[in-house]
Design a binder for this molecule. Structure first.
Ligand SMILES: Nc1ncnc2c1ncn2[C@@H]1O[C@H](COP(=O)(O)OP(=O)(O)OP(=O)(O)O)[C@@H](O)[C@H]1O
Ligand SMILES: [Mg+2]
Length: 395
């Protein structure tokens, strides 16, 4: 389902947009238009869709129009022409009142500079968006606390931003956006100011979080590795225009132009493609209460030779192999507790394929992809990794 639709969006900065629009329609470049009209093209006619529940990355070098574009989505910047729809409602036709409502209810925004209030506590910062919605204080506090927990900041509620590291402050920014439970998160270079290590950690956490909350996320970055790691799809921009859009694999394997080719030529796909990208749905699982007969039956029905065991919260407990289940039935055992192998390898969604490959080549188990709470998100079998890598090396 399409959540956001952008149609031929243009933003001209300057007092004579008509002159610039005319030249734009005739195919003049941003530079030529600036020279001729002194009008700066922020974005010069951009169209794309964002599907519900996906992370769409808008990627491009500095000045390519990314921030202009994302700010047009909630009309923090007024587009010069073109249309934007969210849930099939035309944002570009909304009254200010409708717009305010849309921003408060559906859109959460996270910026590069965390934009926290220094004199407010962490919790007060997170409550801010709810406060302006007149949510009553009790509920506000409750939502803020659970949103802080979601980003791993439980216990930091009464601290002040200055007492937190950059990474933690960015989490507060994220918690603040999540507190209003928006359908859509707009993230403009949200991790760009962080140290590489913290940045990677935040990317992993965003992916894990996304598996739980399933928002529609528009994520801006100028970092290609980041785009490939977290994007379900990427819109690549240059000089205010889209040069290519597609999945990371599309863009890496079939660069549309020489520019894109140059852009991606040094990417090592095994380092940037992640567990998230190659994992499959788990399908059938076994529960601790299941006996060996049930478990074997589940495997037969699903055509698999091993099965993950989870508890009632879907947290992984281990794996049962078909031959062990058969043996347990022979021995007359009533529970699988004796035959669960608890040493099954587990990875987080952001783990690069290069690491998965090493992990898998030693073992005979599928890999379990889990979130921070050990909840099972997906499964990876060797074949899917090989397939993902093959796409690249053939070209
Ligand atoms: N308020 C403004 N007035 C005039 N020109 C502007 C304004 N804001 C942006 N621009 C121009 O629009 C173009 C796109 O800017 P934008 O900030 O969207 O780029 P960006 O891709 O976000 O870059 P960065 O990676 O540096 O954040 C640039 O050429 C910029 O100079
Ligand atoms: Mg920007």
């Amino acid at each position: 389902m399409i959540k956001i639709k952008v149609e031929n969006l243009v933003k001209v900065f300057g007092n004579q947009p008509e002159a610039a629009m005319k030249l734009l329609a005739q195919g003049f470049t941003k530079e030529q238009i600036l020279e001729k009209t002194k009008q700066a093209i922020g974005i010069g006619g951009v169209s794309f869709d964002v599907h519900e529940g996906e992370i769409l990355v808008i990627m491009g070098l500095s000045g390519s129009g990314k921030s202009t574009l994302i700010r047009c989505l909630n009309r923090l910047i007024e587009p010069t022409s073109g249309k934007i729809y969210i849930d099939e409602l035309e944002v570009t036709a909304m009254t200010l009142k409708e717009l305010r409502e849309l921003r408060q209810k559906k859109l959460g925004m996270v910026f590069q500079r965390f934009a926290l209030f220094p004199h407010k506590t962490v919790q007060q910062n997170v409550e801010y968006g709810l406060e302006i919605q007149d949510v009553e204080p009790g509920l506000r506090a409750q939502k803020a606390v659970s949103s802080l927990e979601l980003v791993g900041l439980k216990g930091w509620e009464s601290n002040y931003p200055s007492q937190l590291s950059g990474g933690m402050q960015q989490r507060v920014g994220l918690a603040r956006a999540l507190a209003i439970d928006p359908d859509i998160l707009l993230m403009d270079e949200a991790f760009s100011a962080l140290d590489p290590l913290i940045k990677r950690e935040m990317q992993d956490e965003l992916l894990a979080l996304q598996n739980r909350v399933k928002k529609t996320i528009v994520f801006i970055t100028h970092d290609l590795d980041e785009a490939i790691k977290i994007g379900d799809r990427i819109v690549l921009m240059k000089d205010g225009l889209v040069v290519q859009q597609g999945t990371p694999e599309d863009i890496l394997t079939n660069p549309a132009t020489e520019y894109v080719e140059k852009f991606v030529e040094n990417v090592d796909i095994s380092k940037v493609l992640t567990a998230q990208r190659v994992m499959r749905n788990v399908g059938t699982v076994a529960y601790l209460k299941d006996g060996p007969r049930t478990v074997l039956r589940k495997m037969q029905d699903a055509g698999i030779s091993s099965i993950f065991v989870v508890n009632n919260d879907y947290m992984i407990q281990g794996i049962v192999m078909a031959e062990d289940a058969a043996a347990a039935i022979e021995r007359g055992e009533k529970s699988v507790s004796e035959i669960i192998r608890r040493d099954t390898p587990q990875v987080v969604p952001g783990t690069p394929i290069s690491e998965l490959y090493t992990m898998m080549s030693n073992g005979s188990y599928p890999l379990a992809v889990v979130d921070d709470d050990s909840k099972l998100l997906g499964v990876i079998i060797k074949g899917s990794i090989i397939a993902a890598l093959a796409g690249r090396s053939e070209s």
